[in-house]
Write a protein that binds this ligand. Sequence first.
Ligand code: KG4
Ligand code: ZN
Length: 373
Amino acid sequence: MKILAIETSCDETAISILECTGLAAQTGDTSLAEFVVVGDALFSQAHLHAEYGGVFPTLAKREHIKNLEPLTHQALVQAGHIEPEQTDTSTIYDASSKKDIAFIAVTRGPGLEPALWTGIEFAKLLGEKWNIPVHGTDHMEGHIVSALVEGDGKKYTLKIPKFPILGLLISGGHTELILMKKWFEYQLVGKTKDDAVGEAFDKVARLLGLPYPGGPKVAEAALRSRERNTDHGIVFPRPLQHEASCDFSFSGLKTAVLYKVKEMGHISDTDAEHIAHAFEDAARDVMVIKTRRALEETGAETLAVGGGVSANTTIRTALTKLIAEEFPHVHLGYPHKTLTGDNAIMIGMAAYVRHSMGTESYPLSASGTQSLA
Ligand code: KG4
Ligand code: ZN
């Protein structure tokens, strides 16, 4: 079954066309699914939002509208649905461009509502022209599925993991621990009381004069300090580490960084690297402490780490060590590097699994705050 997937929840506009096989719908076998990426086009607006220090919703909406048609054209050409010589992007709406695509999957939330609507409206229009259904899809479900598949950027395999699955979802808008007891039955285990961890990375980057999106820049700065291996003596708090819950808090940590920056006055590049190092250590420890607690509380058999911050090497290494040393029976799933950030491949995969398990799709209205549990 072929699916066209659309992602516009934040500052990435992405279109993917996936050839999906396996799972209950076609084979009765619920143990395996395969996804071949036959078309994939993604435009990141991050550099455009950099001057605002974060995502500016009106700009995101305008850019999505501008890019959806050309990216869809690009993906359809890659998939062999449109001849490369046919450069007129309006040909995407022709019935002949659809070929064997069975349905369209589109992110309906959570995210920025004006941005989500652009994807939904476009999906509806294309669905009408092609006369095929459009399935609303959850962005965070996409991040969970992306942590459960194995692949190389072109092809991904989903071997059904052992349930219950604990999802650690860490992105620019979310920091939560969610238990999936069986497919698509969720229970909230813990979440942030204030900022998301990615947001904290982005805010710390701004305090240190590093550009948006700050997560990778803070990680690079921290790495330079780690490599120097000097004792910089900076220690930041690990918020809620002793609280008997799986909730997170990052606003106090961000404020501690702010005070440190103010206290130091002028900060050199080396100072910034030390601060980034100490901040990343604190964020890492909080992730480990809360994930340990959640694994103990839930008895989960699989840990699936998803969202933009799952690209962070320090956090990845610490979680890998936690599982190896304390929970060796737990399967640890991490997204391939092509799937850590926002993308449409994960949206198509999540929509396919939902569909083939006979679970209803999400409504076709934008929901900025939609929550899995
Ligand atoms: O999932 P994502 O691409 O978008 C949202 O759904 O929010 O996550 C983006 C977040 C940003 O806050 C970005 O700074 C952070 O992920 N991020 C990182 C790294 N790469 C991206 N944070 C820490 N270390 C990284 N290597
Ligand atoms: Zn995301």
